[in-house]
Write a protein that binds this ligand. Structure first.
Ligand code: GUN
Ligand code: ZN
Length: 444
């Protein structure tokens, strides 16, 4: 790269890992540069590779950041999380439905106040960045103002975020209820206002089949058909009581997932959280329609919902991604989410490699959302969302990593022992948006 071309260019030296495929299905699915260099210009990836090969591209007016001894990976992607539930994380209840009634609905009520929404949105995004998450698929509340507050906070940080207004016109307190037409009209207005404005993307968000009338489901499905590049997010087959309830509400549907299919909601860019109580036909339908699963292990264990079946999902080749599902989930950290994912899979007799866990938390999320090439890896011209992981973050991590003998073992230590403390720095579109401590390795 010539000096005149480099403009706002930065180079980052570190060990670098990213994915070009799913390690469960592809042999050469990752690139690993033990002494690597990532070159970023104007917020986009210019090049990634061995330092020795790329160092001649570092021009005099480029800033070189030396993170030697640390690990750079793409920013984590959390494909299912509720920002309004931030303040009720770790609230005890005897399962999903009592938890919704006792804590969730009263907490979400507070978002009728835009000042409160702004305050929580700001905290939530900073917490994501502290944990190394640069993109998330986010539930707001039923209040349109909660969506404005969220996107304003995201836009101010220049983050690639997907979010939407909850649609909910029955089986909830009156103070949280919209109407079939009103909810969908508000969604349309929010799509016009926010979808593709800077880095913001909109998701049509029926909470779940139990809290929308047939009419709201029908209108939401139509809206999704009219806007194929807009996202769609909802919950499915999380908990056996919920499954039985949905069956009683939609007795003609073949399955819970089939309710969504009947209303035209299985399509690319739709993400289904949980997917625990599915059958093989459901998995085949997800695959055929390019709908994605958001696996939410900390939430599923916390609420006692069940164990996600990795073997069956992989046999069906469904798009998979990882998600925290805070406040049902108990951690904002995708490293902690990998930890619990590993154990949930282990309980089902599946060994998930650490490479695959890192894939699922990065490129797997991007692929699930049909955003590959834009985020999730270091493809040429991808948006430069990346994080710096520190193997010295805690005494135990340092001790364990020092004794690992392979990339797989080292990543496994990060996945099982790591959390927000392991994230030394987070960059969004090439800009530093979180630094755990001051960094002294820079030279101008
Ligand atoms: N199902 C319907 N709403 C919710 C929610 O807020 N959290 C979870 N985990 N499941 C849900
Ligand atoms: Zn959820």
């Amino acid at each position: 790269m010539k000096a005149s071309e480099s403009g706002n260019a930065h180079a980052y030296r570190a060990s670098i890992l990213h994915f070009t495929g799913d390690p469960a299905f592809q042999q050469h699915a990752h690139e690993w540069f033990e002494d690597g260099l990532l070159i970023v210009a104007d917020g986009r990836v210019q090049a990634v590779g061995e330092y020795a090969k790329l160092k001649s591209h570092v021009s005099a007016d480029m800033v070189l950041h030396d993170y030697s001894g640390k690990l750079i990976v793409p920013g984590f992607i959390d494909t299912h999380v509720h920002y309004p539930q931030t303040d009720m994380i770790a609230s005890p209840a005897s399962g999903l439905l009592p938890w919704l009634e006792t804590y969730t609905f009263p907490t979400e009520h507070q978002f009728s106040n835009p000042d409160h929404a702004r305050d929580v949105a700001s905290y939530f995004l900073d917490e994501l960045l502290r944990c190394g998450t640069t993109t998330a698929m986010v539930y707001c509340t039923v209040h349109p103002g909660s969506v404005d507050a969220f996107f304003e906070a995201s836009e101010a940080r220049n983050l690639r975020m997907v979010a939407g207004k909850v649609l909910m016109d029955r089986h909830c307190p009156e103070y949280l209820q919209d109407s079939a037409e009103g909810g969908v009209r508000d969604s349309e207005t929010l799509i016009k206002k926010w979808h593709k404005r800077g880095r913001q993307l909109y998701a049509i968000t029926p909470r779940f089949a139990a809290t929308s009338t047939d009419e709201q489901m029908r209108l939401a499905g139509e809206l999704a058909q009219h806007h194929p590049d807009v996202f769609l997010q909802t919950h499915v087959a999380e908990n056996t009581d919920e499954v039985a309830w949905v069956k009683s509400l939609y007795p003609k549907a073949r399955s819970y997932l089939d309710v969504y299919e009947q209303f035209g909601m299985l399509r690319p860019r739709s993400t289904y959280a949980h997917c625990i109580w599915l059958d093989d036909e459901d998995r085949a339908r997800l695959r055929a329609t390019k709908s994605a699963i958001a696996i939410c292990p900390t939430s599923n264990l916390f609420l006692g919902s069940g164990l996600f079946d990795f073997a069956k999902a992989d046999a069906a080749h469904v798009l998979l991604s990882l998600a925290t599902d805070v406040g049902g989930g108990t951690s904002f950290s995708m490293l902690q989410t990998m930890n619990e994912t590993y154990k949930v899979a282990r309980m089902g007799g599946t060994h998930v490699s650490a490479l695959r866990l890192f894939y699922l938390a990065t490129l797997g999320g991007a692929r699930s959302m049909q955003l590959e090439g834009l985020i999730g890896n270091f493809a040429y011209q991808a948006e430069a969302d990346f994080i710096v992981l520190d193997p010295q973050a805690t005494p135990l991590l340092a001790r364990r990593v020092a004794r690992t003998n392979s990339l797989e073992e080292m990543l496994f230590a990060f996945a099982l022992l790591g959390d927000d403390r392991a994230v030394a720095a987070t960059f969004a579109a090439g800009k530093l948006v979180h630094a755990r401590t001051a960094h002294h390795g820079d030279r101008a």
